[in-house]
Design a protein around this ligand. Structure first.
Ligand code: 4AD
Ligand code: MG
Length: 435
């Protein structure tokens, strides 16, 4: 029976003959001896030493099975385990022009992402992604939220018409979902607090370090909920995710960014809440500029927060912050108008510290039928596409709200990466759809 490298090391099989299956990650051929770094299907590596006569035809990324005794040798990389191969069987001898080596441009690595996923960086990213998904699911199950699987082919925009991907749908037109929110809203009447994790699509025309055309969207919605409840749910969820990753992904964090763990240590709840008004005051006191046509001017009340202003608000913090009560005009049609100030909407965004900015957006939903209809028309959306959604307000509407958390945004922040493309396995952007 073959073993995985991690099990082999964990059970300490020193002295025993072991069988391993994997790929040749690195290869150094000398006259008598050949040194192989073998990578198994979980991405773990171990040094294998074998007589060069057994290795003549071996190449980088060839898939092999090796048999031999496990030794400990302090000169072996990682934790000093080494296998002395006595037998090697190959499944496939890889062609000699394997395009991924030690020094490659970021673009080349992206062009060959189907192969560069085998690099140790991407293996570690893949592991943290897996953990983040698992801990999110664990949290929602423990808190008794129901998971649903909403449709991705839809007829109605959620986040504005300008970032919709159109697809041919038989003789009609449909769109790729920007957010599952409207479908989650329909489920609170019968399944209570619900959540989903789906791909969401945005035809973002801008190239930025935090926008993808396709991202992994975790969304939640619950009936009879206040803005304070929403804040506290997100606070608990995000803090729990950070705690779990910190506890269980030490090796990956250390490999990817030696300071990640230290910065996660400093995070504590509650996260600070500031109003949009206060955010604008802070930004104006720092003379924060925004682009207005061809000129730059100081940000003012009514402007949306963008990458630069969010960076300014969060760069000197190590805890995330909530920004609440945005102007209604810069938020989507579904945001509930405030009862105390008609110019503002009951929206809340969560901004990650150290300049990372928005990781989640949500709020209380407009439950007044007439107001909602007006907001749909004002937003230049087609009321007929929202008939079914408006029915939710006609038949037993209740105060409710929810949020959407961008998993890649969370990972980018936790791992301390600059570019969001580095935390996705196959990034989709304005200029990239392959591989
Ligand atoms: O702020 P957004 O657009 O809000 C919504 O979609 C709501 N309907 C969610 C809800 O209330 N159910 O998106 C939510 C989050 C953002 O805060 C961000 O983290 C992420 O989704 N996101 C993106 N991530 C990567 N690339 C993009 N183009 C993203 N657009 C949004
Ligand atoms: Mg948003």
């Amino acid at each position: 029976m073959f073993k995985r490298i991690a099990d082999l090391k964990a059970d300490d099989n020193v002295g025993k003959t072991v069988v391993l299956k994997g790929w040749i990650h690195r290869l150094r051929k000398q006259k008598q001896k050949t040194f192989i770094i073998l990578r198994d299907d979980r991405g773990d590596i171990i040094q294998v030493v074998c007589p060069s006569r057994l290795c003549e035809d071996l190449t980088i990324e060839s898939s092999i099975e090796i048999t031999g005794p496990l030794n400990r040798d302090s000169r072996a990389p990682e934790d000093g385990y080494e296998v002395k191969a006595e037998r090697i069987v190959s499944f496939n001898i890889a062609e000699t022009d394997y395009p991924i080596g030690e020094y490659q441009s970021e673009e080349t690595l992206l062009d060959y992402r189907h192969l560069s996923l085998r690099t140790r960086k991407m293996i570690n990213v893949g592991r943290v992604r897996n953990s983040l998904l698992k801990y999110s699911r664990d949290w929602f199950y423990a808190e008794n939220w129901m998971e649903i699987t909403p449709p991705i082919l839809v007829k109605s925009a959620v986040e504005g018409g300008s970032t919709l991907f159109k697809v041919k749908y038989f003789d009609d037109v449909a769109f790729l979902s920007q957010s599952s929110q409207l479908y989650l809203e329909s489920m609170i009447y019968c399944l209570g607090p619900v959540w989903s994790i789906t791909p969401s699509f945005r035809a973002e025309k801008s190239r930025t370090i935090r926008h993808l055309a396709e991202f992994t969207h975790l969304e939640a919605e619950a009936p009879w909920i206040t803005i304070d409840d929403l804040i506290s749910i997100q606070e608990k969820l995000v803090f729990n995710l950070v705690e779990k990753i910190k506890e269980n992904n030490t090796a990956e964090l250390d490999f990817l960014n030696t300071t990640s763990k230290i910065k996660l240590e400093r995070i504590s709840i509650p996260f600070e809440k500031i109003s949009y008004d206060k955010a604008i005051d802070i930004l104006r006191s720092k003379d924060c500029k925004i682009k207005d046509g061809d000129t730059n001017r100081v940000i003012e009340w009514g402007d949306d927060l963008n990458i630069e202003s969010e960076r300014e608000l969060t760069k000197d913090r190590y805890n995330p912050i909530f920004v609440i009560n945005y102007p209604l005009g810069i938020k989507p049609f579904y945001v509930k108008q405030s009862d105390v100030d008609s110019k503002t909407g009951m929206a809340v965004d969560l901004l990650a510290p150290e300049g990372y900015g928005e990781i989640s957006g949500g709020g209380i939903r407009e439950d007044n039928l007439e107001k909602l209809k007006n907001r749909i028309t004002e937003s230049k959306l087609e009321p007929k596409d929202y008939q079914w959604y408006l029915d939710l307000r006609k038949y037993g509407s209740v105060p409710h709200g929810g949020f959407g958390l961008g998993m890649e945004r969370v990972l980018r922040w936790i791992l301390g990466f600059e570019d969001i493309k580095d935390v996705v396995l196959f990034p989709r952007t304005m200029s990239r759809i392959t591989p």
